[in-house]
Design a protein around this ligand. Structure first.
Ligand SMILES: O=C(CO)[C@H](O)COP(=O)(O)O
Length: 255
């Protein structure tokens, strides 16, 4: 029998689940039976990060922060440093989500600064990239994804790039008003992204960088994405906020 493909499966709770709800969810997550081919992760909001990381510390779950600043410390009111993220027990940091790019001025340049800071602190950057509805309509999805990827990884060595997770999340596919992307379209986008990575670090290293898909992933469509050659996992929002939904999606992609 062919070994099962290795997959990263995880969710960001976005601005949901304060400490009480997060404690309950972390308990449920700890009891999910995760197949060995799956690397699971959860990304709570900051106020629940330390508690969730501590509850899941002796499990196979990775825990991430949804953002951070690139400086080590200083006069940056309202910001969270890489050291603080690390101190809370996180091992992943999500960077460049389209909601942060759209509403909070995140740019390709600040994403690059944050990726470098994450690597300094041995945090695994989960770099979100995605085309807007206009870019999709005008047929420049690939150009956008290539630019965002190259700028996020600018100045990094091959060894550093190997530690990164990339997530392709079309902006037009995200959230309640989003429409899930066609698997064939996602497959092409991921293969082209793999070529972008190969141009930067060569084919062997490019193969080692997991490229996840996100945007209206659900129990109905998750396995259609993970079956694609260059899709190494899914990054889920709404359908996985309830841990039972997350557990069901994990089972659906391995059965
Ligand atoms: O970041 C996402 C996954 O956590 C993404 O924005 C997708 O959200 P969804 O459309 O609610 O799955």
């Amino acid at each position: 029998m062919m070994p099962l493909k290795s997959l990263w499966i995880g969710t960001s709770w976005k601005m949901n689940k304060g400490p009480a709800a997060a404690r309950e969810a972390a308990e449920q997550i700890a009891s999910i039976a995760v197949p060995s081919s799956v690397t699971p992760f959860v990304i709570p909001p900051f106020t629940s990060l330390e508690m969730v990381a501590s509850r899941l510390a002796d499990t196979r779950w990775s825990v991430g922060a949804q953002n951070m600043h690139w400086e080590d410390e200083g006069a940056w009111t309202g910001e969270i440093s890489p050291h603080m993220v690390r101190e809370c027990g996180a091992d992943i940091v999500e960077l460049g989500h389209s909601e942060r790019r759209e509403h909070f001025g995140e740019s390709d340049i600040t994403v690059n600064l944050k990726v470098k800071a994450a690597i300094r602190y041995a945090l695994r950057p989960l770099i979100c990239i995605g085309d807007s509805a206009e870019e999709y309509e005008f047929g420049v999805t690939h150009e956008t994804l290539a630019r965002q990827t190259k700028m996020a990884l600018h100045g990094l060595t091959s060894d550093q790039i190997e530690t990164v997770l990339l997530a392709y999340e079309p902006v037009w596919a995200i959230g309640a008003k989003g429409r899930a992307a066609e698997p064939a379209f996602v497959g092409t986008a991921h293969t082209r992204l793999r070529h972008v990575l190969a141009d930067l670090v060569g084919e062997t290293t490019a193969r080692r960088v997991p490229i996840l898909y996100g945007g209206s992933v659900s129990l109905e469509n998750a396995a259609r994405y993970t079956a694609l050659a260059d899709v190494d996992g899914v990054f889920i929002g709404r359908s996985a906020w309830d841990p039972s939904g997350l557990a069901a999606i994990i089972q659906s992609v391995v059965s």
